[in-house]
Design a protein around this ligand. Structure first.
Ligand SMILES: Nc1ncnc2c1ncn2[C@@H]1O[C@H](COP(=O)(O)OP(=O)(O)OP(=O)(O)O)[C@@H](O)[C@H]1O
Length: 844
């Protein structure tokens, strides 16, 4: 299927009206039945919302106080003063639920067996039709309005779990969620079962749209847009442009500023799924400044999905005494198409590799074992500090990258293998042999919860750096759309899914290709100035809704699970400990109390201490409902995964590691080429299918149409022939080129031969020259002697001519002390005879 990108990433900035006057007196509203229930007025922000983890406020935040409200019925960007039933005021979970309307929406949590989940039809913007009445009985009950443990202290109501905190390092109120599933209204077994039923079958991506309060800064002009251009129907999960147009339906639509609302709709279920062994991915998608980071991270008084998910995880552990858990976390950034490990930013390049099942994974990536919420909060803060953010025209602190926070959850039945808490004397428990060979005692469930904050799609921006970042961001989001389009294509021949075209899609591949639970939170700005971007976001959200998933529970039976590795390692340490203790049998008699025995005892004691410390350290990584509180009070800093490797110093030598790296690179390249080949194959198949359907169409056409078609095809044929002939000419030219290249090569070889002969000749000539000069010199000596003795001499002219020449020759000085004999000369026999003859003619 040809993909047409209907996203408009570079929609030019629209001029939009600033709010010229402060909110006037309330426009009389005519609430429809949908909005007729008055909601208690809530201050949107009891305190100005902080950027998560103490990042400064964007100036836009100052305008986030919603003083306008959507109204039922067609609105055309109407201004309304904050009213008690303010649509954009934080929805208050403590307030009663809206009464069921005549055709209430079907919630995402309905099992396929109970009632079909709504599906958006391909390309249709209003295909998502409510199909049944009544609320889903399976919809998890909203959390109680007042937490039994900590009542809402911040005026938000809602989750009531995160009372206002004054400083950043503060935990997300670990105790606040105590009460666990029952406290959250999650205790019903039937609900958990129904979740499993749903997950066992085919499922779609869960899509929740979050509409931020309208007062957002949308352009470089600093103009504040405080109008809304959308009708928002929360009860039915429906959105429509106020000026008319199609309806958009989703699993849920959330307004206001309570992050707990979004968590209820699109967070909790997936987190619980992850705790039960299903991979789960939640990502926020939307235009820049539409509230993705706000939704995922939130702030201390209004925690986003990530901190709420983390709290949920720990609550779940507290509520499941029958299991033990091992948690680890990683934090990654994709900036300008390169990967950065946010927990270890100075480490070497982070790459994407493929496993045997062709699933992409990131390597190497630092993972840290975590045992408390505070550790996760610290880890997130550390990562966030390393993230790329920058000021854009639209957002004071815009995330310029995609970030992926991942928690890996391993769990195993606790009953057979629980560790005694240190109050029990450890040594008594130590077995002789490792009692926990990998996989020997039960299956480990392993799952990943990925929380992804995508960078925002952008309009044209005024800054150069931002523009190039924006190009990368838009490209990767476009690739994401292409991937989604391929996954939801109706074509018979499954199109190639271009995961490889961006790092983001490679990372999302394991989730999008089907075996994970996926939720997308599409964030949107309801302002008229953002209408094109918002439509594009909604279209994306509708398309992604059609991706079919089949989540599977991941059970690991071999020693891949860290839980198993650590358990085996502990068992091994315990065995060593026991052996060391058993070796300590020397009686402490005065005769043996010499220095050597003392030293050996000291060493042994140190060894025992060290082993005990190691055992303790490893044990402290396991979480159970019994020890979670203790861990919270005495947590060590999180530790990177693979301490076993370090302890055994089994790291391969640098050259082997480099070779392994090269091998992996080569394998990657091969895999990429194979992918490319597959893509070409699928393209060929697509073209063939296209051809075939055209032919079939042609067959049923009328005669005149057929004639026209024949004419068209003949023309096309002729054009193709020209191309083929050209291709022939090209081929001939290529052949000639190769011929000339061969000849050139021959000439080059010949030239090389000549040059080496020349070199030999030069050597020969130099030697001959030497020979001549040496002989001339000798003869000159002789002649000089004769002249001295006879007083006059007659000699041949040729010799006379040589004398001044010799005197001038600088080479005479350089004459080798080795006298060159005629026989030494590299000449043929005939040549040597000629030389001999001339010599005797000259010097006789
Ligand atoms: N629902 C909301 N209620 C109140 N304030 C909000 C809401 N959504 C967003 N904001 C505020 O709007 C500003 C921009 O939000 P945020 O940074 O989350 O946007 P973003 O989509 O992550 O943007 P980018 O893609 O540029 O990173 C922030 O100051 C944030 O506090």
């Amino acid at each position: 299927m040809a993909f047409t990108a209907d996203r408009a990433p570079f929609v030019p900035v629209r001029k939009h009206k600033a709010s010229t006057s402060p909110p006037q007196s309330p426009v009389p509203s005519t609430p429809s039945s949908r909005f007729s229930r008055p909601e208690p007025a809530q201050p949107l922000f009891a305190a100005p919302p902080l950027r998560p983890l103490s990042t400064p406020l964007g100036p836009s935040t100052a305008h986030n106080v919603p003083s306008y409200t959507a109204q039922a019925g067609p609105l055309s960007a109407r201004k309304v003063v904050a009213a008690p039933n303010d649509l954009f005021a934080p929805s208050c979970p403590s307030s009663p639920l809206p009464p069921p309307s005549s055709a209430p929406r079907i919630r995402a949590k309905i099992t396929p067996l109970a009632a079909p989940r709504r599906k958006a039809l391909p390309g249709a913007e209003h295909a998502d039709v409510p199909v049944s009445s009544g609320f889903s009985p399976l919809k998890r009950a909203p959390p109680p309005s007042v937490s039994p443990v900590s009542p809402p202290a911040n005026g938000f109501g809602g989750f009531g779990a995160f009372p206002k905190v004054s400083h950043v390092a503060q935990n997300w109120e670990v105790g606040a969620l105590r009460g666990g599933m029952s406290g959250l209204g999650l205790g019903s077994i039937s609900e958990v079962e129904s979740r499993s039923v749903r997950k066992g079958g085919r499922d779609n991506v869960l899509v929740c749209v979050r509409v931020r309060p309208p007062a957002a800064k949308l352009a470089a002009s600093n103009q504040i847009v405080d109008e809304i251009a959308w009708e928002v129907d929360r009860a039915n999960g429906r959105l429509a442009q106020s000026t008319g147009g199609p309806d958009y339906f989703f699993d849920s639509v959330v307004t206001g500023s309570h992050n707990s609302d979004v968590y209820d709709e699109a967070g909790r279920d997936l987190v619980l799924d992850a705790m039960e062994g299903f991979d789960a991915v939640i990502f926020a998608y939307g235009q820049t400044a539409s509230g993705k980071t706000f939704t995922l991270s939130g702030n201390n008084s209004n925690p986003g999905i990530i901190p709420q998910a983390v709290s949920e995880i720990f609550t779940y552990i507290r509520d499941h005494p029958e299991k033990e858990f091992l948690l680890r976390a990683s934090y990654l950034e994709i900036y300008n198409e390169s990967l950065k490990d946010l927990l270890d930013p100075t480490a070497g390049p982070v790459k994407i590799r493929q496993d045997e099942q062709k699933r992409f994974f990131v390597h190497p990536l630092r993972e840290e074992v975590v045992t408390t919420e505070q550790q996760v909060a610290d880890l997130l803060k550390r990562g966030a500090d390393n993230r790329h953010v920058g000021q854009t025209d639209f957002n004071e602190r815009s995330s310029r990258s995609h970030s992926v926070f991942q928690m890996t959850i391993e769990s195993r039945d606790n009953s057979a293998s629980s560790f005694p808490e240190p109050s029990t004397p450890r040594r008594m428990q130590t077995p002789n042999t490792p009692r926990l060979a990998p996989g020997s005692d039960g299956v480990v469930r392993m799952s990943r919860l990925s929380l992804i904050d995508l960078a925002g799609s952008e309009q044209a921006t005024s800054q150069l750096e931002r523009r190039s970042e924006g190009a990368f961001i838009n490209k990767s989001l476009l690739t994401l759309e292409k991937v989604i389009a391929s996954l939801t294509s109706d074509a018979k021949q499954k199109p190639h899914v271009p995961y490889r075209d961006s790092k983001l899609t490679q990372i999302l591949q394991p989730s999008l290709s089907g075996d994970a639970r996926v939720a997308v939170i599409a964030t949107m700005n309801p302002s008229p100035a953002a209408i094109e971007e918002t439509k594009s976001t909604l279209r994306f959200a509708q398309r992604v809704k059609r991706v079919v998933l089949k989540a599977v529970q991941h059970e690991v039976v071999d020693d891949k699970a860290l839980i198993t590795k650590y358990r085996s390692h502990i068992a091994m340490l315990e065995a060593q400990l026991k052996a060391t203790l058993a070796g300590n049998t020397a009686p402490n008699t005065p005769s043996q109390a010499d220095l050597a025995a003392d030293q050996s005892r000291k060493k042994q004691a140190e060894r025992v201490q060290d082993l005990e410390r190691q055992v303790e350290e490893f044990r402290s990584l396991f979480l159970t409902s019994q020890n979670i509180e203790k861990r919270r009070q005495s947590a060590l800093p999180p530790r990177p995964v693979s301490p076993i490797k370090v302890a055994r110093s089994s790291t391969p030598p640098a050259d082997i590691a480099a070779l392994e790296e090269k091998l992996l690179d080569a394998q990657d390249e091969i895999a990429a080429l194979k992918d490319e080949r597959d893509e070409l194959k699928s393209r060929v198949a697509e073209l063939e299918a296209d051809r075939l359907s055209t032919l079939q169409k042609d067959a049923s056409a009328s005669d005149s149409d057929k004639d026209a078609r024949i004419l068209e095809l003949t023309k096309e044929n002729q054009e193709l022939l020209v191309i083929v002939r050209n291709a022939d000419v090209e081929g001939e030219m290529k052949r000639q080129e190769r011929k000339y290249e061969r000849q050139l090569e021959k000439h080059r070889l010949y030239q090389e031969g000549l040059e080496s002969t020349l070199e030999q000749e030069r050597k020969r000539v130099a030697q001959f020259e030497r020979f001549i000069l040496q002989h001339l010199s000798a003869q000159t000596e002789v002649l000089a002697g004769r002249r001295r003795s006879s007083g006059g001499i007659t000699h041949s002219a040729s010799v006379t001519g040589f004398v001044p020449l010799m005197a001038e020759s600088p080479q005479l000085d350089a004459i080798s002390p080795d006298f060159v004999e005629l026989d030494d000369l590299p000449f043929s026999k005939a040549g040597k005879e000629t030389i001999s003859r001339s010599r005797s003619r000259m010097f006789s």
